[in-house]
Write a protein that binds this ligand. Structure first.
Ligand SMILES: [Zn+2]
Length: 406
């Protein structure tokens, strides 16, 4: 007995349409014209793919434009505005704003998220507790991985390390960093590697978030990644400094990151909004060339980062839109280039979060249906998923738009 049949599905790279049979939350058969009278969904020749995976998203400080304005449009202005607003955050407030973002993300086809949660003596465990509740309450549609990190610094904010350790003892999945906010950046990097070793968790740094190519923290992260044997367990986000490197400099940096097993998350909406504010014309775009790193086998992802806050006053939580934004800024257009952009919001972040991105027999029946025939088309047209399933249960749908002709 089957639970569902999905008919006429287009799988990436396959010419013929297939049917998917689903039982007990899993895909149990993929073939042309599967017989059976189970309840049926007609995919109508549309693309079926694993859901999008958001590898870097701040739920705790989302949707606060009503109370926090970035007066300068700079990174410093955003940090200042959020730090001020944070003193008014309550657990229920964080929960409500986070829920709004998660629900948007679900309807945009995302079914897994790595969320960065601020921990310091000011906010204490308030944000962490709210996100843990969200993780439990939305598990039916979204898998949430919690990355705790010291947004306001570690060594300059006594008590932060103890709270981070408490979070790691109580269900945090990994540890983030923000060395540019610390009075001792290299000290923060070293301490975070030590804590990662203590708890056997991965690391995910906010790093090198400006356009000055004369210095950077990446070299220290690479050095410690090798020293601690943490290759393949370290991500770095933003790294807008990569956008100002010449080709030989970038080639050297890619080789160093490969040796150190470091991956890159690019956050186009935030990077475009905050960087280059000291230019009044020919504003540099500050988006790291993730596709060039991905071409050398590095784990590269594109993510949303912030939604409707002083870091990024935009946001629909659409990763097909974010992939399109990256492609546009990076001047990518061929089928292979756009396919690669899709991979950076699906396959690569799925792998990063330890998930399968395959549509295959034996895999969980967790996927989205996209009104397109190829993944490149999804990126070029910013296709919005029409419905999706997690573990064999439909979690959202968007009825197709209809014309009302005269
Ligand atoms: Zn971030």
């Amino acid at each position: 007995m089957l639970d569902y049949l999905v008919r006429n599905a287009c799988l990436n790279g396959e010419n013929a349409l297939v049917d998917l049979a689903i039982r007990d939350g899993k895909i149990v058969e993929i073939a042309q014209s599967i017989a059976g009278d189970a309840p049926c969904f007609d995919a109508e020749g549309q693309l079926i793919n694993c859901g999008f995976v958001e590898s870097h998203l701040h739920l705790d400080k989302a949707c606060i434009l009503d109370r926090a304005k970035n007066e300068t449009g700079t990174l410093a202005g955003a940090i200042r505005a959020v730090a001020n607003a944070k003193s008014g955050f309550t657990e229920d407030d964080i929960y409500a704003r986070g829920a709004r973002v998660i629900e948007k993300a679900i309807t945009e086809g995302t079914n897994a998220v790595r969320t960065h949660v601020e921990i310091d003596p000011g906010i204490g465990m308030t944000g962490f507790n709210a996100i843990k509740r969200l993780k439990a309450d939305y598990a039916w549609a979204m898998d949430i991985e919690i990355c705790v990190f010291p947004q306001e610094g570690l060594f300059n904010y006594p008590g932060t390390e103890e709270l981070l350790r408490t979070a790691l003892d109580n269900g945090a999945d990994l540890l983030g960093g923000c060395p540019y906010m610390d009075t001792d950046p290299n000290g923060q990097i070293l301490r975070l590697f030590e804590m990662a070793r203590d708890y056997d968790v991965d690391l995910d740094f906010h790093l090198d978030f400006d356009l000055d190519g004369s210095w950077r923290h990446l070299d220290e992260v690479a050095k410690q990644s090798i020293a601690f044997g943490w290759q393949g367990r370290v991500m770095i986000g933003h790294v807008t400094k990569l956008s100002v490197l010449s080709k030989p400099e970038l080639d050297d940096t890619i080789a160093m990151m490969r040796d150190a097993g470091i991956g890159l998350t690019v956050l186009p909406a935030t990077d475009l909004f905050l960087t280059g504010r000291d230019h009044d014309h020919s504003v540099p775009r500050g988006v790291a060339p993730a596709h060039k790193l991905a071409a050398h086998g590095l784990c590269c992802t594109i993510a949303t980062n912030n939604v409707l806050n002083p870091f990024t006053p935009y946001g629909d939580c659409s990763l097909s839109r974010m992939a399109n934004l990256y492609a546009n800024v990076s001047q990518l257009s061929t089928e292979a280039e756009l396919e690669n952009c899709f991979a950076m919001v699906a396959d690569a972040p799925a792998k990063l979060l330890g998930r399968s991105s395959k549509i295959a027999v034996g895999e969980a029946a967790s996927f989205i249906v996209l009104p397109a025939q190829s993944r490149a088309q999804v990126v070029s047209e910013i296709s919005r998923p029409v419905w999706g399933m997690k573990n064999g249960r439909v979690t959202f749908d968007h009825p197709a738009a209809r014309l009302h002709r005269p």
